[in-house]
Design a binder for this molecule. Structure first.
Ligand code: TRP
Ligand code: SF4
Length: 331
C-alpha cells in the first residue's frame, strides 16, 4: 500500500467546502492507501501564535469533524503535528536547502502574507521567520512519512512544488534518501459561499459548517443570495445566479432540483418556500454527520489521536534515522 499524507490546520470547524472539496475524496482514499492525517497545530500557530487556545480547541474539533464525515480511525492514522518532534528536526535540516528569496516568491505564501496585513504589515514587512518558513516545515510533514501521494487543494500546489525541490536538493547532496511526492491529487470541487463568493471560507463569514444546528442553518439560508432581479413571489427568475438553487444541487435529490429549477424559471415558486425546502434538505444532509459526531466522546477522540500518534512516531523515527545517516550526523 502506498502512503498518503495530508494535513489540516486546526483553526476552525469543517464546512461544506471542506466536505465536498476534500472530505469525500478522503473517504475513498482511506480504503486505498496507508493514510496519515496530520492535525497541523504547529503550522496553525505560525499565524495564530497569539491565540493558542483557539488552536488547541480546534485540534479536537477538527478531528471530530473528520470522524463525523465517516473517516475510520482503524484505517486513518490521525495525529497531532506537535507530538512528532522529528518533523521539527527535519525542518531545521531542510532549512539549509531553501533560499529566503525562494520562500518569498512562493505564490501561496505571498497570497497569505497579503491577506494577513494585521499580522505581517501592509507590505509584509513584519513577516515572521516561522511563517515564511512554513513550506519547509510542510516538506518535513510529507517526507517524515514518506508521503508519496498528497491530496490537497490547488492553492497548495506551490507548497508541493517546494517540497519536491527540497527533496531533489537533499538527494543530490546527501544521496538518494527521500521520495518525491509525485502524485498530487488536487481537490476538484470548490464550493461557493452563501454570499455568492467563489470560495466558502471561515474568514469570509459565508460558510455552512457541518456542526451548524437547525436554527443556525435557518438563519444562514434565509439570508443567502438569490436572484436579485426577482422582486415578487411569482416573478420568473434565473436559478443559476441563486445560491439557494446552488445548494439545492449539492444536497437535494435530482428530482427536487429539477422541480426547483423549472418552477423558478416559470415563476411558480417563491423564494421563501424555496429556502424552507433547502433548509429541510440541508438538515437532512447534516443529520447523519452530526449523529455520527455525537457517538465520539472527547475521551474517544483523545484515544484515537494517541493511537495515530504512536503509529506516526514509528514511521517518523525511522525516516529521521535515514536522514541523519545520509547527513552524517548519526552519532
Ligand atoms: N498547508 C495546509 C493547509 O493550509 C495544511 C498542511 C499542513 C498540509 N501540512 C500538510 C497539507 C502536509 C498537505 C501536506 O491546508
Ligand atoms: Fe433562488 Fe428559489 Fe428564489 Fe429561484 S425561487 S431565485 S431558485 S430562491
Amino acid at each position: 500500500m502506498k502512503t498518503i499524507l495530508t494535513g489540516l490546520r486546526p483553526t476552525g470547524n469543517l464546512h461544506l467546502g471542506h466536505y465536498f472539496g476534500a472530505g469525500i475524496n478522503y473517504l475513498k482514499l482511506q480504503d486505498e492507501y496507508d493514510f496519515y492525517l496530520e492535525i497541523a497545530d504547529v503550522q496553525a500557530l505560525t499565524d495564530n501564535f497569539d491565540n493558542p487556545e483557539k488552536v488547541r480547541k480546534n485540534v479536537f474539533e477538527i478531528t471530530k469533524d473528520l470522524l463525523a464525515i465517516g473517516l475510520d480511525p482503524n484505517k486513518v492514522h490521525f495525529f497531532i503535528q506537535s507530538k512528532i518532534p522529528q518533523i521539527a528536526e527535519l525542518t531545521v535540516f531542510y532549512s539549509n536547502l531553501v533560499t529566503v528569496a525562494r520562500l518569498q516568491r512562493n505564490p501561496t505564501v505571498k497570497n497569505e502574507i497579503a491577506q494577513k496585513k494585521d499580522l505581517f504589515g501592509n507590505n509584509g514587512e513584519s513577516i515572521t521567520y516561522g511563517f515564511l518558513g512554513y513550506p519547509v516545515s510542510q516538506a518535513a510533514d510529507i517526507t517524515a512519512f514518506d508521503g508519496e501521494v498528497v491530496p490537497v487543494g490547488d492553492d497548495q500546489l506551490p507548497l508541493l512544488e517546494q517540497c519536491r525541490e527540497i527533496v531533489r536538493k537533499f538527494n543530490s547532496i546527501y544521496g538518494e534518501t527521500l521520495k518525491e511526492p509525485n502524485q498530487v491529487l488536487s481537490n476538484t470541487t470548490r464550493v461557493k459561499g452563501l454570499d455568492g463568493n467563489e470560495k466558502m471560507g471561515k474568514s469570509l463569514g459565508n460558510a455552512i459548517y457541518l456542526v451548524d444546528d437547525k436554527e443556525t442553518i435557518t438563519k444562514k439560508i434565509m439570508g443567502a443570495l438569490t436572484d436579485t432581479n426577482k422582486i415578487k413571489k411569482d416573478d420568473p427568475a434565473n436559478p443559476n445566479v441563486c445560491m439557494v438553487y446552488y445548494y439545492h444541487k449539492l444536497v437535494n435529490s435530482k428530482e427536487n432540483v429539477e422541480t426547483v429549477c423549472n418552477e423558478c424559471q416559470k415563476g411558480s415558486r417563491g423564494c421563501v418556500q424555496c429556502k424552507k425546502e433547502l433548509i429541510e434538505a440541508m438538515n437532512k444532509f447534516l443529520e447523519p454527520i452530526q449523529e455520527r459526531r455525537n457517538t465520539y466522546s472527547d475521551e474517544k477522540v483523545k484515544e484515537i489521536l494517541e493511537n495515530g500518534t504512536t503509529k506516526a512516531l514509528e514511521k517518523a523515527t525511522s525516516q529521521l534515522q535515514k536522514v541523519k545517516q545520509a547527513m552524517k550526523i548519526d552519532y
